[in-house]
Structure formats: structure tokens, C-alpha cells
Ligand binder design. Structure first.
Ligand SMILES: Cc1cc2nc3c(=O)[nH]c(=O)nc-3n(C[C@H](O)[C@H](O)[C@H](O)COP(=O)(O)OP(=O)(O)OC[C@H]3O[C@@H](n4cnc5c(N)ncnc54)[C@H](O)[C@@H]3O)c2cc1C
Length: 450
């Protein structure tokens, strides 16, 4: 009898895990996926973080293809297996794509001379799916899993997991009660929208974790023409710089072009910003947006620190927008991006202390590298990545060392992107598919001891 598998979170990680199982003959009726969002047919554009494919379902659909990007993978399985797992995720996105031939890979090779005096440039391949196609992919993918017998529970939130009794408690019609699903194996993939719940579970079971850095900054936006020379070389360029002695590094992050929109993220009741791009030419706005993110090491409680700073960087129940010349842009639905425009950065500097100078210098140097930029830009404040503290897991299947029937995957573990999250989902179920688990014998029982 196949083991009962419960997957919490129908995000990128959970969906790839389920797909790997049924592709390999695992009976779908032994798999239950529960998500607090909507199925792909009912998911609305404003539901950015929840529902089928999770945050990935309404993202820019840029599938990064390098182990240095998007979170931890090669540390668990080594470089070669990590790439093989990422291949499987990318193939899944192509397989359910209505026009797979349109999924293209940009693979830049050399850093241009005009960047070198000011920034390092990380070059890596990216497969670009496009936000609008993601919805079609989601529907096709969902239909496939349903046809294989996978059970879905939508619009219900998991509020308690009992690792000892193997029970997952979830709401019924939005109300908490005593109803619970029993599992033999639990895949825990709650992503960013479930980060507080993941933290709660870690605290409740006092799971041993690895320390993480603070990741905070802004979403920068400007007309695309100023960056075109670089975009021609690398669609999703990553400018970076490092201040080793200060424990700070900065990078541009998740670049969106052509039809590029800024998206509001709602976490812990505060607003922060991200971006996405559409593929359909009708959405073209000739804008570029990307995060300028600082990684700050050495802050003793990075999670609390970030939350406090983000909560202070709010006004009128939303985040802030600053520009020397511009006003906030509109969303792809033609609505003004929800933000509060400020005309001075004085308050922001006070809240972020000396760290703001790094961002200011980054922008000043971009003005030198991209000479037409001048004051033709704006920043949405803040952009933040709340990195979950990473529980110690077995490298072979991402199972908790204290509770080997529970697997942490995706952003709830250490990922920060679609390809790595999906790959972690696939890795987590490898042992359950007897005929295919090549990394079992290779990585054995390694765990990420500090
Ligand atoms: C606007 C935006 C754009 C992005 N663009 C890109 C990009 O272009 N490329 C890239 O690589 N990455 C991108 N990302 C990041 C990427 O989407 C995530 O890294 C990835 O989706 C994480 O996968 P996951 O499965 O861990 O979590 P998610 O995909 O976030 O899925 C988690 C799921 O868990 C559910 N959930 C949470 N808590 C509970 C609970 N208590 N009970 C029941 N269900 C719960 C949620 O509803 C959600 O559906 C973007 C993110 C955002 C927000």
C-alpha cells in the first residue's frame, strides 16, 4: 500500500513534488495537496502569492538556470544533480505550456567593458516563460494532476501540524476546528505567504536551524531605454558589489523588461514590492524594474530586524515611493501601484541608518554607467526577502533530522526562486519512488551541520 502523502502548499515546490510522484506511477489518490488560495481557474490577478503554483503562478516566470541563483540546491546534492533537478522543473513548465516553442533561454557570456569600473556582473542562463502564459500552464498542469487522481483542497488554511501524531489540521470553510488529515509523509512547502506559519512550526518543535542574513532594499524602476545596452546582453542582469569588511553585499535582482510591472507584496500586514513582466505585446510599457537588494550579515535576529524596518517604512497603510521626477506606474490592469509618494528620503535614511548609503551609491553609480538615466527613475520602498531560518535536513530528501517523515521544501527551506523551489520539491520525494532515486546512495545521510 502506497504511503499517504500530504502536501501543504500548492506552490512551485509542492506541485513539482506531486508531478514527480505521479509521473513515476505513484497513485494520485494517495496524494492530497492543500492550499489556502484558489485553483488556477478561480485565481484572480490580485492573488499574487497564493493558489496553484503559489507565488510562482503570478510571477515573471523567469526560470533561472544556475546553482548560484535562487537559493540552496547544490549544497544538498552537488552541482551535477542540482542541474539535473532544475532541468526537470524547466521541462515541466515547457510540457504544460500552450506554446512551448516560445519558452526561450537567454545565455549571456561576457561582462561588457562599460560595466566593469563600477559593478560586477553575474551572467547565467534564464528560461523566460512570461506571466500571462503561467496561467495557462497552471490550468494544464492542474488538469494533469487531477486526471492522475491527486486530491486538492482549496481555500483552506493549515493552522497546526502535529509531527508526533502525523496530523495536519486545516480550516473547514475558513473556520478552525478539530478536522485533520493523516499523513505518512508530509511535504511542507508554504512559501513566503506561509513564512510566519513555518516559523511558528519551527519554534513549536524547537527545530535546530541555520542562521540567515538580512535581505532588504528597494524596487527600482525606470524607462527601459536607459538600460537597453545591457538588456541586449543579459535580460535578467545581476549587477553586484561586495563590502566584505562590512558584511554587506548588494545586487540587482529579478529584472523585468518590456512589459514590466511593479507588484505589491503583502506580508505580515505590511507592503513591500516585487516585479513581474508580461509576454503578450499588448501589455508592453517599455519599462524596466529590478530589486536593489542588500545582503547584511551579522545582525543577530535578522527576521525581527527586517520586520521592524519594513513596518517603519510604511505610510498610509502602504509602502513608499520616491522619485526625483516621476510618479508611480500603473499595474498591468491599469490601476496605480499601491504606494505612498514621498518627496524626500530623509525619513527613509533615518529608519535604515547607514545602510541606505549603500543603495544611494548604487543608484549614483548606475547613473554613471547608464548616462541617459539621470533623474528619470523611481524606487518603491522596501523590497524585502524574509529568509526563513533553515531547519537542519537530510540532504538526500530534505527531511527534518528530528522528524524524518516531514520534508521542508521551497522558500520555506532556503529557496528564493522557481527553479530551485521546484527542484527541492522533486528531491523531497525521490526516496518514495523506488525505481528512481539516484542521489540516495550518493548523498546518504548527510545533513547540513553547521
Ligand atoms: C511577484 C513575484 C514575482 C516573482 N518572480 C519570480 C521569477 O520571475 N523567477 C523566480 O525564479 N522566482 C520568482 N519569484 C519567487 C518565486 O515565485 C518563489 O521563490 C517560489 O514560488 C517559491 O515556491 P514555493 O513552492 O516554496 O512557495 P510558493 O510558490 O509561494 O507556494 C506556497 C503556497 O503555499 C500556500 N500556503 C501558505 N501557507 C499556507 C497554509 N498555512 N495553509 C495552506 N496553504 C498555505 C500558499 O497559498 C501558496 O500557494 C517571484 C515572487 C513574486 C511574489
Amino acid at each position: 500500500m502506497a504511503k499517504k502523502i500530504v502536501i501543504v502548499g500548492a506552490g512551485v515546490a509542492g506541485v513539482n513534488a506531486a508531478t514527480k510522484l505521479v509521473d513515476n506511477g505513484y497513485p494520485g489518490n494517495q496524494i492530497t495537496i492543500i492550499d489556502m488560495g484558489n485553483d488556477p481557474y478561480n485565481r484572480k490577478p490580485e492573488e499574487v502569492m497564493t493558489g496553484f503554483l503559489g507565488a510562482g503562478g503570478w510571477s515573471d516566470g523567469k526560470l533561472t538556470y544556475h546553482t548560484a541563483i535562487g537559493g540552496q540546491l547544490s549544497k544538498y546534492v552537488g552541482e551535477e544533480k542540482a542541474m539535473a533537478l532544475m532541468d526537470q522543473v524547466i521541462n515541466n513548465f515547457k510540457r504544460f505550456h500552450p506554446k512551448p516553442e516560445e519558452v526561450q533561454c537567454s545565455n549571456p557570456v561576457e561582462e561588457p567593458e562599460f560595466i566593469k569600473p563600477y559593478f560586477g556582473l553575474r551572467l547565467f542562463p534564464v528560461w523566460h516563460v512570461g506571466t500571462d502564459y503561467l496561467h495557462e500552464i497552471g490550468k494544464n498542469w492542474y488538469d494533469y494532476l487531477v486526471s492522475k487522481g491527486v486530491q486538492f483542497i482549496w481555500k483552506e488554511r493549515v493552522f497546526k501540524v502535529d509531527f508526533e501524531s502525523h496530523l495536519v489540521y486545516h480550516t473547514i470553510k475558513g473556520k478552525e476546528g478539530q478536522y485533520a488529515l493523516e499523513y505518512d509523509q508530509l511535504i511542507f512547502g508554504v512559501g513566503k505567504s506561509g513564512i510566519d506559519f513555518a516559523q511558528h512550526v519551527q519554534d513549536e518543535y524547537q527545530l535546530e536551524t541555520e542562521p540567515k542574513s538580512v535581505q532588504i532594499g528597494v524596487r527600482f524602476e525606470a524607462p527601459q531605454k536607459h538600460f537597453q545596452d545591457l538588456i541586449d546582453i543579459s535580460y535578467d542582469f545581476k549587477l553586484y558589489r561586495k563590502f566584505e569588511d562590512k558584511g554587506v553585499s548588494l545586487r540587482s535582482f529579478c529584472t523585468n523588461n518590456n512589459a514590466a510591472y511593479v507588484a505589491v507584496e503583502d506580508t505580515y500586514g505590511n507592503h513591500s514590492y516585487n516585479g513581474h513582466a508580461k509576454k503578450d505585446p499588448k501589455y508592453r510599457n517599455d519599462m524596466t524594474n529590478f530589486g536593489i537588494l542588500m545582503e547584511i550579515n551579522g545582525i543577530s535576529n535578522p527576521f525581527e530586524w527586517s520586520r521592524e524596518v519594513v513596518s517603519k517604512l510604511q505610510s498610509d497603510s502602504t509602502g513608499l515611493y520616491y522619485s526625483p521626477t516621476r510618479i508611480p506606474s500603473t499595474t498591468s490592469e491599469g490601476e496605480k501601484v499601491t504606494t505612498f509618494q514621498i518627496n524626500t528620503l530623509k525619513g527613509v535614511k533615518e529608519i535604515m541608518g547607514g545602510y541606505w548609503n549603500y543603495i544611494e551609491d548604487f543608484i549614483e553609480d548606475m547613473k554613471k554607467v547608464f548616462p541617459t538615466l539621470g533623474d528619470d527613475w523611481g524606487v518603491y520602498i522596501p523590497e524585502v526577502k524574509y529568509l526563513s531560518s533553515e531547519p537542519l535536513v537530510y540532504h538526500s530528501d530534505l527531511a527534518l533530522i528530528e522528524y524524518p517523515d516531514v520534508h521542508f521544501v521551497g522558500d520555506a527551506l532556503s529557496a528564493r526562486g522557481i527553479t530551485v523551489s521546484g527542484a527541492q520539491g522533486i528531491l523531497s520525494v525521490g526516496k518514495l519512488i523506488s525505481k528512481e532515486c539516484p542521489w540516495d546512495n550518493i548523498q546518504g545521510d548527510i545533513i547540513n551541520w553547521r
